[in-house]
Design a protein around this ligand. Structure first.
Ligand SMILES: [Zn+2]
Ligand SMILES: [Zn+2]
Ligand SMILES: [Zn+2]
Ligand SMILES: [Zn+2]
Length: 496
């Protein structure tokens, strides 16, 4: 799964963040009962903003963060297929509050901890109804933004009307994420500011409908207190753009078997999710943690052995739970990093996409080596600027919808075109050149790929051990499992 900008904005979920530090393996084996300190701490990292660092030595296979989404949102394309509340695939029950989205069996079951009464939330249901009736119709991206801002308004309503302090805390956690925003909206790209302004009338109409229908409940809950002001809503859209994880369409079947049909469906984004801690983790092209989510039940499935005892007892992992699992040992004080893109992508493509989507030039070890090779070979490093820089600037500065769509399409086309050129050039290399390029790859680097890249063709996922004593690794994207024996066989055979 990738973290990417075209992610759908998000929607409300009832879930809270929890950090479940695991005891170090040694303490567990010694039978200690006391919890060790948290595995990770938030730190300002020079030149990289706030990130997470290991607060102690971490073992490969340790779950170092387990948390529920602050907000999840189904993408417009999947709103009749995926649960609006937890993004589960195959949801079929229309929401009783709006009829515009579907909910899964678990989320409509009153006995479920994820159940939240009639409909999927008063404000979010109202926002869906308003969106469907709006004329002229909202574009899909704007409807997703309205969905996200409606979810934020739902948190304000829960706080202002019901005194739910945890709802306000969730909204505040989203507001603490990057980018930093000044009191007059400094730090927000024009694109987000103008989008917030565009969807404001529909958002206010939805909130107004709630206020009108539940007058007795809304003492103190005026329009502004629930719908939020212009700067806060623009800031929230900016935070969503920079921090949401894209949740790809389901890749494996309910029984855990792997789907090999390579339909486009596999790479489409079913929705987005924002997390308090995982959204803080910085990028590296050789990451030391893999992100596993439970939208398709990977964490719950016994065959994947993700059953890790939790602080609150025997509860199975929740549907929007995310875990960051250490791929390797991480010594105390080292930064925790994940890859925002499939680790298999080429140097130039990774660097272009990181700059366009997240606005930074990656200077990780892998990029340093691969850029040097690219310069040696006279191929692209992804830093060529020119048309790419122009495209990403235009996308950030778009002040209306037409400009935004056009700039995005232009940037995507440039990326596709460059990628194709690169692939064609690679195919035309002769054997001697191929051998020369293969020979310069350091052994540690080659080993990383053999050990940590999913062996399933075209998957691009990352493998991590699901716990510290596992005899296999699990792919964080397709869920494939590779035994250690097979790994050593591949190693002996010189794969990679
Ligand atoms: Zn659900
Ligand atoms: Zn609804
Ligand atoms: Zn890099
Ligand atoms: Zn895979």
């Amino acid at each position: 799964m990738t973290k990417k900008k075209e992610l759908a904005p998000l929607e409300l979920s009832t879930k809270n963040v929890l950090l479940t530090p695991r005891r170090p393996a040694t303490a567990r084996r010694a039978g200690h009962v006391a919890m060790a300190g948290a595995a990770v701490a938030q730190r300002e990292i020079p030149g990289r903003g706030v990130g997470l660092v290991a607060a102690r030595d971490i073992d490969a296979g340790e779950t170092i963060v387990a948390e529920h989404a602050l907000l999840v949102g189904v993408s417009e394309e999947f709103r009749r297929v995926c649960c609006a509340s937890c993004l589960a695939h195959g949801a079929a029950t229309p929401c009783s509050g709006c009829g515009e989205v579907v909910l899964c069996d678990a989320c409509v079951d009153p006995a479920s901890p994820w159940h939240r009464g009639a409909g999927h939330g008063a404000v979010v249901c109202a926002a869906e109804r308003v969106a469907s009736a709006w004329r002229p119709p909202l574009s899909a991206p704007d409807r997703e933004r309205l969905r996200f801002l409606g979810a934020c308004a739902e948190l304000r309503r829960a706080h202002v009307v019901n005194g739910d302090a945890r709802a306000r805390a969730r909204l505040d956690a989203v507001l603490r994420l990057c980018p930093d925003v000044g009191p007059a909206g400094e730090g927000i790209d024009p694109r987000e500011a103008s989008a917030a302004e565009r969807v404001r009338p529909a958002l206010e109409a939805a909130v107004q409908a709630i206020i009108a229908s539940t007058e007795a409940n809304t003492a103190g809950g005026g329009l502004r207190a629930i719908a939020g002001d212009a700067v806060e809503n623009a800031a929230l859209l900016a935070k969503e753009t920079k921090n949401a994880f894209g949740v790809m369409a389901a890749h494996h079947r309910a029984d855990g078997s792997h789907s090999n049909d390579d339909s486009d469906d596999d790479r489409r984004v079913r929705g987005g999710a924002v997390y308090e801690l995982a959204s803080r983790v910085n990028h590296a092209c050789f990451p030391n943690v893999a992100r596993f989510d439970n939208f398709d039940g990977v964490l719950t499935s016994p065959s994947h052995e993700f059953h890790v005892p939790r602080r609150d007892g025997a509860n199975p992992p929740g549907p929007t739970e995310l875990r960051l699992v250490a791929i390797d040992k991480i010594p105390a004080g080292c930064e925790v990093t994940m890859s925002y893109l499939p680790v298999s992508e080429s140097c130039a493509r990774r660097r272009r996409r990181l700059r366009n989507t997240f606005g930074f030039g990656c200077d990780c070890e892998r990029c340093v080596i691969e850029c040097a090779w690219a310069r040696e070979d006279g191929t692209a490093t992804g830093d060529e600027g020119g048309a790419f820089e122009d495209a990403s600037r235009r996308a950030r500065e778009a002040r209306d919808e037409a400009a935004e769509l056009e700039a995005d399409a232009y940037a995507d086309a440039l990326d596709r075109e460059s990628n194709e050129l690169e692939e064609t050039a690679n195919r035309s290399l002769d054997d001697a050149e191929r051998t020369r390029r293969a020979d310069r790859i350091p052994a540690t680097y080659a080993l990383w790929f053999v050990r940590n890249m999913c062996p399933v063709d075209g998957c691009g996922g990352t493998l991590a051990p699901p716990h510290v004593t596992a005899d296999h690794m699990t792919c964080n994207y397709c869920g494939a499992r590779r035994g250690d024996e097979e790994f050593f066989r591949r190693l002996d055979a010189g794969a990679g």
